[in-house]
Design a protein around this ligand. Structure first.
Ligand code: PEP
Length: 251
């Protein structure tokens, strides 16, 4: 089982000066931690600056998005090859905000997962149901579809690592937190789907399942019983090092 992972998704926040200050705070408070993977995902334009700022610490760099081709006539897109070149190791793929505002489909998400792995980047594949989906009793079907489509033709081999982030969309940035018992049930479902796709050793050694959605110090204790929980994807609470540190300490 790989070590726990904490992902700070800074989204489209922070001026360059604010980013520098926060990066320095992270480095001071969390930069020496080696027994957990701590990933910072700043906006795409800040990635190179961030790579320089965290360079001599154990903090790792992640991107919030990627395109599925290495180069070519794709105006405005970001090459996975260049992400790798500047020191990125992880990429958030299929975040619900991109599915909602940028119309990312399961097919696009799948191409991005494949492009990450082809470039030796670890995809953080986000899946999650909307409030309506849950009310209609379709949660399991939607999660299963997102997972199966997102991993279509993805043959995890050798050292290739994958992170599945279960993020109910209604919990993201809303202050609402999913019931830990329900998260545990969903995690078991995700794991079973993965076991149907890959050899058990690959699922055990190469895949981490994490939760995201309004996680902070006040609600984190509820997740302590979830056996399969390998980490958290954190938005709002990652914009203050003190709040994020509480989550890091918990895991
Ligand atoms: C996210 O951006 O994936 C997220 C979980 O955000 P928040 O923690 O603010 O809900």
């Amino acid at each position: 089982m790989p070590q726990p992972i904490l992902i700070a998704n800074w989204k489209m926040n922070l001026s360059l000066k604010e980013l520098e200050n926060l990066a320095n705070d992270f480095k001071k408070e969390l930069g020496g931690i080696q027994d957990k993977d701590i990933i910072i995902c700043p906006s795409t334009v800040s990635l190179i600056t961030m790579a320089g700022l965290i360079g001599d610490s154990y903090l790792q760099l992640g991107a919030q998005n990627v395109f599925w081709q290495d180069s070519g006539a794709y105006t405005g897109e970001t090459s996975p090859m260049i992400l790798k070149e500047i020191g990125c190791r992880y990429v958030i793929v299929g975040h619900s905000e991109r599915r909602q505002y940028l119309n990312e489909t399961d097919e696009m998400v799948n191409k991005k997962v494949q492009a990450c792995l082809a470039n030796n980047l670890m995809p953080i594949l986000c899946i999650g149901e909307t409030r309506e989906t849950r009310q209609e009793g379709q949660t399991d079907n939607v999660l299963h579809r997102q997972l199966i489509s997102g991993l279509d033709s993805v043959n995890l081999i050798d050292q290739e690592q994958l992170i599945i982030a279960y993020e109910p969309t209604w919990a993201i940035g809303s202050g609402l937190i999913a019931d830990p018992e329900e998260v545990e049930r969903v995690f078991a479902l995700i794991r079973q789907t993965l076991v149907n796709l890959y050899p058990l050793t690959i699922v055990n050694n190469n895949v981490r399942i994490i939760y995201g959605g309004s996680v902070d110090a006040s609600n984190i204790a509820g997740f302590s019983e979830i056996e399969l929980l390998a980490g958290f994807l954190v938005g709002g609470a990652s914009l203050e090092v003190g709040k994020f540190k509480e989550i890091v300490k918990f895991l």
